[in-house]
Every structure is written in structure tokens, then in C-alpha cells.
Design a protein around this ligand. Structure first.
Ligand SMILES: Nc1ncnc2c1ncn2[C@@H]1O[C@H](COP(=O)(O)OP(=O)(O)OP(=O)(O)O)[C@@H](O)[C@H]1O
Length: 265
């Protein structure tokens, strides 16, 4: 479903500010795989997600999604294949538009429909059904402006909008980090439900090691642009946070430096 072949990305090459963000990444995900990514500060996690989304193009290497070489496809062209939820709940939705209009935009991205073509009764019914699965009452607020929703509600909507169009790959970019613990729990539960129901191939960056161990069937640990440790489903079963910290120290000969991970444990 997803294949990365020898991906390299360097920012400001051949200058004093040169930063090698991705250093020969090769990986494969099968349909339905759910990988969580952890790592130190500046390890290249966001760069990797941006590379998958097409926000950044690699210097070398290629990206395959669903049997297509998408390496040179810009973000707009990949939108049909990819759903993405960002850390900031404000980023996935348009605050001045209603829930219904926001969902229509998501649909338009993948099915060449636009707001201007109007919302049919059938589409509205489908939106309601999708919203109902979140179990937070948004199905009764189709005409509410999204700017009025709480952070948790807005992130739940972003998650739904990223998935109800059935993308090939779901990218989760620290999507619970800006929420308080009870809302984090809600979003994690919804993530599990939606991913499982649709058997979505998912790539999730998180700074919470416990979350990285609990969710998904694979785990990658990054440092300085490389994947320095990985665990498959079986290996993940017994993995603990101290194991991950030890692995890092074993490979790198130093402790992992992640301000966010330390703050969140
Ligand atoms: N747009 C950019 N321009 C220049 N350098 C960049 C850019 N984006 C990332 N970098 C650099 O590339 C490296 C990898 O950064 P990236 O943001 O991918 O790391 P990260 O693992 O997401 O880090 P963190 O956990 O601290 O958010 C870092 O050295 C960073 O400073």
C-alpha cells in the first residue's frame, strides 16, 4: 500500500545551515498496517509525514502509494489518496463555515464535487450518519459554524473529515497533543474505531511513548533522519517505555532528547 525507497531530504544543502532531515529511508506498509512513529527532537518525523502528503518532495528516492509512483505528485494531486489530521485542531477545518460545508469540501477534494453544486438530501443524510458514529451529537449541528466547536469536537470532526472519504493512507500528526487528557482519550478511541472499521493504512507521529506502544501494529523510532529501531506486531506486545529508551541509548550511545516526550512521559 505504501512504499518508500531510499528517501533523502536535506534542507539548505551545502550551506552552514545544512540539515539532513531524512537519510535513506526505505519502508513498506501493507494495507491495514498502522505504524506509530516516535523520536527525538528534529529526528525527521514531520518531514517524513510531509513527504508522504506531498507538501515536500524528496531530493532522492521515491514514494509509492496504492501501486502508483506519486513521488512528483504535488499535495493537491495526492489529496484523493491521503487523509491528514494535524496537531492544531484549527488546521483541519474552516471555522467560518458550517459542519456541513466543511464536510462538503472534503468530499469535493476526492470526488470532484463542489459547494456550488449544492448539498443533496442524500448527501446530508450520509453526513449525519457519519457524524453519528462520533457519538458527540454533531449530527444535530450540521449548520453550526465550526469555529463554535470546542477543540476536542473540532479534532473529532477533522478526524472524520480525513477518513469518511476512504483515503488509501491516513496521516496523524501528533493529533492529540494539543488536547487536554479527557479529550485525548476521546480522539484516541475514535481513531481506533475509524481505523479499524475501515482497515485504514495509518501513519501516526506521537510524542507519547505509551500511545505509540498501545496503538497500531508497527512502531518506528527515528533519530537524525533515520529509522533506528522498529518493532512489528509481535514485538510490540511486550514493549515498554523503558525498553524504547534503552533501545535508543543502545543504538545511539546517548539518551533520547525529546522535550515533548519528557513532558508527556
Ligand atoms: N522547512 C524547513 N526548513 C529548514 N529546515 C527544516 C525544515 N523543516 C525541518 N527542518 C529541519 O529538519 C530536521 C528534521 O525536522 P522535523 O521537523 O522533521 O523533525 P521532528 O522529528 O518532527 O522534530 P520535533 O519532534 O522536534 O517536532 C530538523 O533539523 C529541522 O530543523
Amino acid at each position: 500500500m505504501l512504499q518508500l525507497n531510499n528517501i533523502y531530504k536535506t534542507f539548505y544543502p551545502n550551506t552552514p545551515d545544512e540539515r539532513r532531515a531524512l537519510n535513506n529511508i526505505s519502508q513498506k506498509l501493507s494495507p491495514g498496517d498502522f505504524v506509530t512513529i516516535i523520536g527525538s527532537n528534529g529526528a525527521g518525523k514531520s518531514t517524513l509525514l510531509n513527504m508522504l502528503a506531498g507538501t515536500l518532495l524528496p531530493d532522492e528516492g521515491n514514494v509509492w502509494i496504492d501501486g502508483k509512483d506519486v513521488t512528483s505528485w504535488p499535495e493537491e494531486k495526492r489529496a484523493k489518496l491521503i487523509g491528514r489530521v494535524f496537531q492544531n485542531p484549527l488546521m483541519g477545518t474552516a471555522p467560518g463555515m458550517t459542519i456541513e460545508e466543511n464536510m462538503m469540501i472534503s468530499l469535493g477534494r476526492t470526488q470532484n464535487r463542489s459547494l456550488f453544486s449544492g448539498i443533496t438530501k442524500k448527501t446530508r443524510h450520509q453526513f449525519r450518519e457519519h457524524l453519528q458514529t462520533l457519538e458527540i451529537g454533531l449530527e444535530n449541528r450540521l449548520n453550526s459554524k465550526v469555529g463554535l466547536l470546542s477543540g476536542g469536537e473540532r479534532q473529532a470532526l477533522s478526524l472524520l473529515m480525513a477518513t469518511f472519504t476512504e483515503p488509501k493512507i491516513l496521516l496523524l500528526d501528533e493529533h492529540t497533543a494539543a488536547l487536554d487528557p479527557s479529550k485525548q482519550e476521546l480522539i484516541i478511541k475514535l481513531t481506533k474505531d475509524l481505523v479499524e472499521k475501515q482497515q485504514l493504512t495509518t501513519v501516526m507521529v506521537t510524542h507519547q511513548m505509551e500511545q505509540a506502544i498501545e496503538l497500531g501494529n508497527r512502531l518506528w523510532m527515528m533519530d537524525e533522519g533515520s529509522i533506528i529501531f522498529e518493532a512489528n506486531e509481535e514485538q510490540k506486545q511486550d514493549l515498554t517505555v523503558p525498553d524504547l529508551l534503552n533501545e535508543f541509548e543502545k543504538v545511539r550511545g546517548k539518551r533520547m532528547t525529546s522535550d515533548k516526550a519528557l513532558l508527556m512521559k
